[in-house]
Design a protein around this ligand. Structure first.
Ligand SMILES: Cc1ncc(COP(=O)(O)O)c(C=O)c1O
Length: 446
């Protein structure tokens, strides 16, 4: 007897022959046919030819409603006319220069004006570089080496932080003071020794870990909304507690807002009213172009100031603050008014409440996590608040839902996380929730 997953996969394969063909070609030149594991799925990913508003078109001409928005980046949807215009105008003036452009000044001004803790900012090209530089800043500023991060948090693809990202539970130690587990082979042996792990959203346990190692700590780095475990909002008392404890002990607090910047006009720190020392950005702030940024208090950021040959920390990057990304970033930020955030928050809440009603009606052991425009399906009846509760997800059901939704004409991330953009409407959400119901009914929930 074929399983539900096999049936969904058969439908998927039959509908996407050109993507399969492209994937077969791709595997000859790229390992696994891919250059970005986070967007891979078995048996093959879709190859996209066009994005417009909320619609993605693939190589076979199939159109689907996109709830991924390039991993939360495209907050105004695909190809917003203002951003396309700004980028097209920049194309006519040059793609990159060996000197700063006026647009980068405006971009930095917009960031510092809206994010409470930003006295100064520096631009890079990925969120990975943003966390790398913020960690370096914390080490240089404090003269200390070690970090605390939360279990199950992804902060980018570099050694210092690729620790305890998705640790196998049989290697992860106890829940209150988890072990540091290297994410994969190849990471420096010392990286795991330089980092202590705390559970997300448990301030009592986190405080113990921080106090135990306080003398060696440069920083505590935290994602105010844990993206990888399903857009889990930090509890206010957790984030406020981290601020209180790090302030008391003279340890820097780094917010990784690569995703969470999306939740309010001034980012997650504005939403929660908690002011970190340093913040990392990515995704939204580049308007769809490659981007990262980090910034914070003047006192710390002045280490990068090269005036008079006095920079303490060196920082180069051929494409840092390039005019193409700056044009897209400026245009996106200028379009992201407080009203747009209100709309996103309402639409996100509408989506989450409709999903909860559906799960109750079908009596399915599922939940939904998220905040503002962010959401994720959780295939468990356990309330998901951290990595260990996230680990109770039924992975087979997740795969059925992910492929089933593609068959229904909707795209989520391969972890079944999603987000709404300003281009989405209540009608899009209604159709999405109906599609989730259709997949569940096919899986036997009626
Ligand atoms: C919270 C967080 N930090 C850092 C990164 C790394 O950003 P990038 O993929 O641009 O290197 C990501 C990427 O998804 C992220 O979600």
């Amino acid at each position: 007897m074929t399983t539900q997953l096999e049936q969904e996969l058969a439908t998927y394969t039959a509908a996407n022959p050109k993507s399969e063909e492209l994937h077969n070609r791709a595997t000859e030149y790229m390992p696994g046919g891919d250059t970005r594991n986070s967007i891979f799925w078995d048996p093959f990913p879709l190859y996209i030819t066009d994005g417009n508003g909320t619609t993605l078109t693939d190589a076979d001409g199939n159109k689907r409603t996109d709830f991924v928005n390039n991993m939360t980046t495209l907050i105004l949807g695909h190809r917003p006319p203002e951003v396309v215009l700004a980028v097209s105008e920049q194309v006519n003036h040059g793609l990159s220069f060996p000197a700063p452009s006026p647009s980068v000044v405006r971009w930095a001004e917009l960031m510092c004006e809206r994010v409470p803790s930003l006295d100064k900012v520096r631009f890079v090209n990925t969120g990975t570089e943003a966390t790398l530089n913020a960690i370096r800043a914390a080490r240089a500023f404090t003269g200390k080496q070690k970090l605390v991060k939360c279990e199950g948090a992804y902060h980018g693809n570099h050694d210092a932080i690729q620790i305890s990202v998705v640790p196998p539970l049989d290697q992860a130690g106890n829940a209150e003071s988890p072990d540091s587990v290297k994410a994969f082979p190849g990471i420096s042996e010392t990286a795991a020794d330089d980092i202590y792990i705390a559970p997300f959203n448990d301030i009592v346990a986190a405080e113990k870990v921080i106090r135990e190692h306080a003398d060696e700590l440069a920083a505590v780095i935290v994602e105010p909304v844990n993206g990888q475990c399903g857009m889990i909002p930090g509890k206010p008392e957790f984030l406020e507690g981290l601020r209180r404890i790090t302030d008391e002990l003279g340890i820097l607090l780094i917010f990784d807002e690569v995703i969470a910047f999306r939740i309010a006009y001034g980012g997650a720190q504005d939403y929660y009213g908690v002011t970190p020392d340093l913040t990392c950005f990515g995704k939204v702030v580049g308007g769809g172009m490659p981007v990262g940024a980090f910034g914070g208090r003047d006192e710390i950021m002045s280490m990068w100031d090269p005036r008079g040959g006095s920079a303490t920390v060196q920082h180069a990057g051929t494409f840092n603050g390039n005019p193409m990304t700056a044009a897209a970033g400026v245009s996106t930020l200028e379009n992201l008014t407080p009203e747009k955030y209100e709309y996103l928050e309402q639409l996100g809440e509408y989506l989450r409440s409709k999903l909860r009603a559906l799960f109750a009606e079908l009596e399915v052991p599922m939940g939904v996590t998220g905040v503002a425009s962010l959401f994720a399906l959780q295939f468990t009846s356990t309330e998901v608040v951290d990595y260990r509760t996230f680990a109770t997800n039924d992975k087979n059901m997740l795969k059925i839902m992910f492929i089933g939704l593609l068959n229904e004409g909707f795209v989520m991330s391969n972890r079944c996380a999603g987000n709404v953009s300003t281009a989405h409407t209540e009608e899009d959400v209604d159709a999405f929730v109906e599609a989730v119901g259709n997949v569940l009914r096919r899986a036997g929930y009626a």
